[in-house]
Write a protein that binds this ligand. Structure first.
Ligand SMILES: *Cc1c(COP(=O)(O)O)cnc(C)c1O
Length: 421
């Protein structure tokens, strides 16, 4: 079940007078409470840190909230590194898990003492060549290939994924780095996306722990931290259940005691780089119904489109939809809830049972707080909506304004067009 929308119709009506729909709304209190639960579950490890995957919701205001709750940041590009820095997340609390990375971006992370997580064995040479030396801490991304079974469809089979080093390469990579004088080492993998089964993550941790002991034996390298990646799912559908953080943490702790402690690797720091479970359930896309049409199906059109939230159109993803003020009304009608893009996949919900919708109703799309606004685009000349945060005290803060037509045209030299023949 997705999180409850925090405003009743009266409160939302007031808010919309100041900030017209569409907009993203995030709930600071719920984000903090969830993060505290996550942290508490993993406090059974000597050292634990969640590095929020900035790509999921790249807003520095939210990053600041998360930093206050003890989060670091997981970045995949220069702008994400910069956003983390703006939020005061610094040094080793930033992990740069990028791939196919230009030298200038490595340089930026290196200069700030961020942890560089290398995606390939050839990147050791690449760093040496472009930075002049290797950082004193290095992490490698491991691709278990056929060794890890049961991966779900979004991320696909590891052996078909472009990421990471193979099993053979990983030993060689640590050996080379040790010879080159690197002092601190981490090991990373990410083999799931939106996975709800706790056992999957326990199994991933086991795989990494066992690999750490093998790396110690074969390379004489002590891994100081493992990064379990992201991929913890959220229950988008009403019949799905949220992952129980305690079950995941305790399952991993069991493997830790069984594998890590006897190998003399304790304390081994446990890192995550989750995005989705951290902000996903606590962000909503708030829209207004502006048209209704009846053809072969019944359509409700809202004042947003997949340029604001592309997951349903791109992956066919389910997002819960509720109508403000009608949460408890019977679902008497069946609608396709659509946006304004000239693409037929621009549907927030397909053949969905909902209460009868009237023009002007607020249509709320749930679980949009991660990989939502962030994946937006400007196709069809669509302007992306803004973002509002409900603070702990119930006040509202606009944390990103909506785009304007000037923003859209900013990369064009409009005077040049007049003189262009
Ligand atoms: C996308 C991504 C994440 C975050 O994934 P979620 O599903 O949002 O938790 C973490 N690490 C890497 C390397 C990623 O590509």
């Amino acid at each position: 079940m997705s999180s409850n929308f925090p405003l009743n119709k009266e409160q939302l009506t007031d808010l919309v007078k100041k900030f017209p729909t569409p907009f993203y709304l995030y709930d600071e209190k719920a984000i903090r409470e969830n993060m505290q639960k996550f942290t508490k579950a993993f406090s059974i490890f000597p050292v634990f840190r969640e590095h929020f995957a900035v790509k999921a919701c790249p807003n520095p205001y939210l990053l600041k909230v998360l930093a206050e709750e003890g989060c670091g940041a997981d970045c995949s590009s220069l702008p994400e590194l910069m956003l983390s820095e703006m939020a005061g997340i610094k040094g080793k609390h930033v992990i740069f898990t990028s791939n196919e990375t230009p030298a200038s971006e490595y340089q930026y992370a290196f200069d700030r003492g961020n942890i560089i997580n290398l995606d390939d064995i050839t990147h050791i040479e690449y760093l040496k060549k472009h930075l002049g030396k290797l950082p004193d801490t290095i992490c490698f991304r491991y691709n278990p290939g056929p060794e890890k079974q049961g991966c779900n469809s979004i991320i696909g089979k590891p052996e078909e994924a472009k990421y990471g080093l193979t099993r053979q390469q990983i030993f060689e990579a640590y050996k080379i780095c040790k010879e080159e004088g690197v002092q601190h080492f981490g090991l990373h993998t990410m083999v799931a996306s939106n996975e709800l089964n706790p056992a999957f993550f326990v199994d991933t941790a086991k795989l990494l722990f066992e690999l750490c002991t093998e790396i110690k034996e074969k390379c004489g390298v002590r891994i100081e931290f493992v990064d379990l990646g992201g991929g913890l799912g959220i229950p988008y559908k009403p019949d799905q259940k949220a992952v129980d953080y305690d079950v995941v943490a305790q399952g991993i702790r069991k493997e830790y005691d069984r594998v890590v402690v006897p190998a003399g690797l304790d304390p081994l720091e446990i890192y995550w780089e989750c995005g989705r479970p951290i902000t996903g359930p606590y962000g909503w896309l708030v829209t207004t119904a502006i048209h209704q049409k009846h053809i072969y199906r019944e359509y409700i059109a809202v004042d947003s489109c997949m340029a604001d939230l592309m997951r349903p159109g791109m992956y066919g993803s389910y997002h819960e939809v509720t109508i403000s003020g009608k949460e408890n009304e019977p679902k008497t009608d069946v609608y396709d809830v659509v946006g304004s893009l000239c693409e037929n996949c621009d549907k927030f919900a397909v053949q969905r049972e909902l209460p009868k919708i009237d023009i002007g109703d607020f249509v709320i799309i749930h679980d949009a707080g991660a990989h939502g606004r962030a994946m937006g685009f400007n196709y069809n000349g669509k302007l992306r909506c803004g973002e509002i945060l409900i603070r702990n005290d119930g006040s509202f803060k606009e944390i990103r304004r909506r785009e304007t037509i000037d923003d859209l045209f900013a990369t064009l030299d409009l005077n040049g067009v007049k003189d262009f023949n």
